[in-house]
Design a protein around this ligand. Structure first.
Ligand code: UD1
Length: 351
């Protein structure tokens, strides 16, 4: 059974806590009174995010945050963390996440994402910590037969190694709960996280050319890239471009805090979709971002991107009823906050 009690007495390990979703979640946890230990190897994150977290939460809350630079696959380092802190639950974000790169480097993706999860759960059980929230993805639904997607919708074969790692880690963690009923696993399937902290101090900072739509659009808006490339306008959607369920990263972060509260005293394996329930097309995003930044953003239409689905959006009823959570922000606020971050930090966390 979960040992998670009141936030003020609970220490949570956040792997990948310096990344985009991780850092926003750490802010929520600190603001709720949790003690937080981040383990991150900074392979795809910037240490400067830690100062930003401190600025947002203030001195008192910042004292409850510890950062350990380590690879989650490093069992020795993880063991030292579990020996030092009385960790009651883990939120596991750390992992490689670039779809295209995963096709080029499948071994690295399987080895890193699956290997670090195996190391983590092994060290967890050695320390009798059996509560974990895993960052899964709507990618496990593949090309859906029916919309909206509920947690009961079938998992479909992934179209790339990144997707397979999410798919397989879900099953690995589910197996744990079958073998040992004390495990308490929550699989959060994210739809498309965008936006930034409303302060403009934290946001998404991809290395190199962004793969995802929003950071690309934001970089066009700030003048780092010439124009948005729209991948296909011949889909069976109202304007022909792909439709996704974009969710504000702060809503997503709150979803993790709600899941943590919900886990207290439970065990087993539960899945929740975290989305808004609304679909938005690529062209609608470009329009909304143009309004947010006050200029028309240029775009060109290109062929479809391999592996992309036509449309997906979530049914979030389960999260609303069980977790008492629902997304609060709309597309206008997501674009506003993303622009606020990008315009104040044109090069992300780099000066
Ligand atoms: C992608 C991944 C998904 C992963 C998620 C993580 C693929 C096929 N899927 O989701 O597995 O969980 O990122 O954030 O990569 N688009 C453009 N121009 C661009 C970029 C994207 O038109 O420069 C379009 C896409 O075709 C899609 C929409 O924008 O219709 C959203 O794309 P993206 O932000 O990459 O997210 P997903 O593909 O939904």
């Amino acid at each position: 059974m979960s040992e998670i009690a009141e936030a003020s007495h609970t220490c949570v390990l956040v792997t990948g806590g310096c990344g985009f979703i991780g850092s926003h979640t750490v802010v929520c946890l600190l603001q709720r009174g949790y003690e937080v230990v981040i383990v991150d190897d900074l392979s795809n994150a910037n240490e400067k995010v830690l100062d930003r977290i401190d600025q947002i939460v203030g001195e008192d809350a910042a004292e409850r945050l510890t950062f350990v630079r380590a690879d989650v696959a490093n069992k020795q380092a993880l063991t030292a963390v579990f020996d030092e802190f009385d960790i009651k639950a883990v939120i596991h974000f750390a992992g490689f996440k670039a779809v295209g790169e995963s096709v080029e480097k499948p071994i690295e993706y399987y080895s890193n994402n699956i290997g670090n999860t195996l190391a983590l759960v092994d060290v967890m059980r050695n320390h009798d910590c059996k509560s974990i929230i895993f960052s899964s993805s709507a990618t496990v639904y593949g090309d859906p037969d029916e919309l909206p997607l509920t947690e009961e919708s079938p998992k479909k074969p992934a179209t790339n190694p990144y997707g397979w790692t999410k798919w397989m880690i879900e099953e690995m963690l589910r197996s744990l709960t079958i073998a040992d009923p004390e495990w308490n696993v929550v699989l959060l399937r994210y739809f498309n996280p965008i936006g930034a902290h409303p302060s403009g101090l934290m946001g998404e900072d991809p290395k190199g050319i962004p793969n995802n739509l929003l950071p690309y659009v934001a970089q066009v808006a700030v003048g780092r890239r010439d124009c948005v490339h729209v991948f296909g306008n011949d889909y069976d959607t109202p304007d022909g471009t792909g439709v996704r369920d974009y969710i504000h990263v702060m809503d997503l972060a709150e979803g993790h805090a709600a899941a943590l509260d919900w886990m207290a005293g439970r065990s087993g394996c539960e899945v929740f979709n975290l989305g808004t329930g609304n679909g938005t097309s690529v062209l609608e995003i470009i329009k909304a971002f143009s309004e947010a930044c006050g200029k028309d953003l240029p775009y060109v239409v290109e062929p479809r991107r391999a592996g992309d689905v036509t449309a997906n959006w979530a049914d979030c009823t389960k999260a609303r009823l069980e977790l008492g959570w629902e997304a609060k922000y709309g597309i206008a606020e997501m674009c506003r906050d993303s622009w606020n971050w990008q315009s104040h930090n044109p090069n992300g966390y780099e000066e």
